[in-house]
Design a protein. Sequence first.
Length: 89
Amino acid sequence: MKSAYEIAMERMKAASGPQKKLSDAQKKRVAEIEKKYAAKIAEAKLTLEAKVVGAPHDEREKLQAELVRDVARLEEKLAAEKEAVWNEA
């Protein structure tokens, strides 16, 4: 007799569909993509910090908002590129 946990796990597995596995090459591509976007995000943050140093207070808020938008855009691109690799699997 199966426990409620085992039954729930079977249902979750069935609902999620077949599991995809990445090849070693695909795993390396995902890692490279993550490194690339981590570097771009770090660069955006460093650039902002350099701009903020001499900026007046009201300008700093605008720069912070710009950074948030830039980071969000980069994270969207990161997710899209990783998704493309996953869809190849």
